[in-house]
Design a protein around this ligand. Sequence first.
Ligand code: GDD
Ligand code: MN
Length: 385
Amino acid sequence: MLRHPGPAPDARHDEPVHVVRGVSIVAPTFREASNIPTLVARVAAAMKDHETEWELILTDDDSGDGSEAIATALGQRLPVRIHVRRNCHPDLSQAVLEGIRLARFDRLVVMDADLSHPPEQVPDLLAVLDDDTDMAVGSRYAPGGRIEGVWSRYRALNSRLATLLARPLTRCSDPMSGFFALKRGRLPDPRSLDPVGYKIGLELMVRGRFRVREVAIRFDERRHGASKLNWRRQLAFLRHLLRLYLFRFELPVRVLSFGAVGATGLVVDTAFYLGLQWVGLEHLLARFLSFWPAVTWNWSLNRALTFRDRPPAAEAAQWARFVISSLIGLATNVGSYVLLTGMVDFFARNRLLALLAGVVIGSAGNYATATRFVYLERQPRRNGH
Ligand code: GDD
Ligand code: MN
């Protein structure tokens, strides 16, 4: 597993010591014993004429089907090793990250072990990794790419749909691809990666902000063993997509959410303002009192929705900061109105527009303070230790 920063965040002893010129091929395996010998033979043949050192790392999730013995035997005469992750939840993405962590060379290739990705095309991927390309993706959907073998209508539709959903995140025609090459030097900090499930390539593309080039590939249907794709993985994929959307479109998503919360807050504010007068309170007092349930409502919804990914802070203190931020927003709102109507002729004639402008400016101020001072990104470091 990639370790999270422990008590001493600067201890980076788990980083590979040597980064040598060459190619590390990482293939995650789960019950692929019947495919490993062919995979190794074809990778070795493909790399033979490629003038560079290479290694093949299989990261296995404790398949228990003899994979380990087979790979270890092959490792006697070829640069092949198998790393078995024991006692952990099987996870394709984590297995790939683990393989990347163990890799010795400066260029990395990730591919399936079931021979869906032709090892003969590894050099094609490596060939397009140049100064302007961080990642070469083997694409089934690029011109010239194809899928060999029969895909059920369901699987084909599924793959197309998943691809469509991921399209806004990247320009790659096959963002689902698990066959890609990249430069180790361009890898994002592994601690910034948070993949769930299958699509480690997509995770890297989006979070690494990679410049991607595509290589058309032939995708062969597996001959042996079974696919591990199931509905649970598809659900995980949707969760993964949501996270990546939030990452990629963070600002617009947050602003939209903040605005929507603000609108519901206005409803709460109005309801209390009217309700309190209805029970007999004087209008100024009602106005003063209705602010509090509304601001509390906004605070808790923004905590639960808009900034749900921020670490939870102590409630009372955060609420107080939100109140201050809202008051700043209110002051900016009213202040803008006063300035605009007082100094700009146009707004003096169109006061309703000045009011709207004030709301927009005030909300922006409110958002800016909320994101910086209310829903803090990290807990402030405690003194002492
Ligand atoms: N270590 C480990 N742990 N390996 C796994 C796991 C796991 O939990 N699940 C699957 N693998 C390995 C398989 O052994 C295989 O080598 C590779 O990951 C792909 O798994 P498949 O089960 O064959 O996946 P698929 O054929 O449905 O999915 C393929 O197509 C997708 C695009 O449609 C893969 O190529 C994906 O990478 C690709 O995104
Ligand atoms: Mn497969």
